[in-house]
Design a protein around this ligand. Structure first.
Ligand SMILES: [Zn+2]
Length: 197
């Protein structure tokens, strides 16, 4: 799609907000730089979907305190998003409606799950609702957004990547850029909030 074209939301569309949790925001234990900048942008998408009566999903890491992805267990990350802690809560400014569907992932000690589809009921819930296009943003571009988008594409969904509502970890400086390029190469289209009609 040409980035200047507008997109009309329609029946069959759903919004997927990926891992907008305190531990991934500045001040959190696994902070994504500038991750807080996407909170108000995602809230604008949320309002657009709500206005159109379209479903909103929010994924979250929901780890036990001894999760396999934590360094103490030999994993790559500091402890983060331990279930029922402040760090696992959604960003305070994120205006999720009460009827948003929350999808918890990586809820047992192992394995880890970057994708919102991995070990969850997300695909089933989307199928029941007849969803065929997913609008996906959140944190982080180069991990959970990338994995969620790749799974969505391979499951046959059309995917719009919210390019103004993602931020990357960038363990290597270009990781986020490369992840965006990979998602586009695999078939994702990009959109900015002002292009929602
Ligand atoms: Zn995690």
């Amino acid at each position: 799609m040409n980035a200047q074209d507008s997109i009309k939301l329609q029946t069959g569309d759903a919004l997927i907000v990926v891992d907008m949790q305190n531990d991934f925001l500045p001040g959190g234990s696994l902070a994504v730089a500038y991750g807080d900048e996407v909170v108000p942008v995602l809230s604008r998408y949320i309002h657009a979907f709500k206005e159109n009566g379209l479903p909103i999903f929010a994924t979250r890491d929901w780890h036990p305190s001894n999760h396999c992805s934590f360094k103490a267990q030999g994993g790559p990350w500091p402890p983060h998003c331990i279930r029922s802690t402040k760090g696992a809560e959604f960003a305070a400014g994120l205006q999720l409606p009460e009827d948003a569907v929350i999808i918890s992932k990586a809820t047992s000690q192992e394995p880890d799950a970057y994708s919102g589809f991995d070990g969850t009921e997300l695909h089933d819930r989307l199928q029941i609702l007849g969803i065929n296009r997913l609008f996906t943003g959140g944190l982080a571009t180069d991990y959970c957004v990338l994995s969620t988008v790749k799974d969505a594409l391979s499951l046959g969904y059309g995917v719009y990547l919210l390019e103004d509502a993602i931020r990357a970890v960038n363990v290597h400086p270009d990781d986020g850029k490369k992840a965006e390029e990979e998602m586009i190469r695999l078939g994702a289209k990009t959109i900015k909030v002002e292009h929602i009609a």
